[in-house]
Design a protein around this ligand. Structure first.
Ligand SMILES: [Cu+2]
Length: 153
């Protein structure tokens, strides 16, 4: 009796595990820490953008974002709202998931930034309005490098 129930349960568990496995994503989701202010709506939208692209996001609500940015080495000129950290590198502002994935694999950059809050960037959707913006990489020697430009051609 117990055996029957247990094996049925096991089979159900195995089946549901199979059904829950995401098919389109890599086996290991990328994990990113995101630091943000409590009431930052666009920060939450950006987190959703990352999650929609398969990231595992660890959300940190902070009292003092400027101190966090300073601590992570984000130059003031590149600052935006939230600051993410992936594999020890910073992700400042509304950086698209594609470049965050790229950053996780690059060791020549300290971090990436989309300075300010450009309309139309991920998490900054504004009824179809898209401001031109760049994704800027910061090299170990402190140089800035344009990694991507939006809208793309
Ligand atoms: Cu924002």
């Amino acid at each position: 009796m117990h055996t029957t129930i247990n094996s049925t349960l096991l089979r159900l568990l195995a089946l549901s595990t199979l059904l829950l496995l995401p098919t389109a994503q890599a086996a290991e989701p990328l994990t990113i820490d995101v630091h943000r202010d409590a009431n930052c709506g666009c920060c939450k939208s950006w987190i959703r953008h990352l999650e929609d692209n398969g990231f595992h996001v660890i959300d940190h609500v902070e009292d003092n974002m400027s101190a966090v940015k300073q601590g992570l080495g984000v130059p003031y000129r590149l600052a935006s709202c939230h600051t993410g950290v992936i594999n020890g590198k910073f992700v400042e502002g509304h950086v698209p998931a594609a470049q965050v994935i790229e950053l996780s694999r690059r060791n020549d950059l300290l971090g990436l930034a989309v300075p300010g809050m450009p309309k139309g960037s991920p998490g900054m959707e504004a009824g179809g309005v898209v401001q031109a913006y760049e994704v800027i990489g910061l090299t170990a020697s402190g140089e800035e490098q344009v990694v991507a430009e939006y809208p793309g051609n």
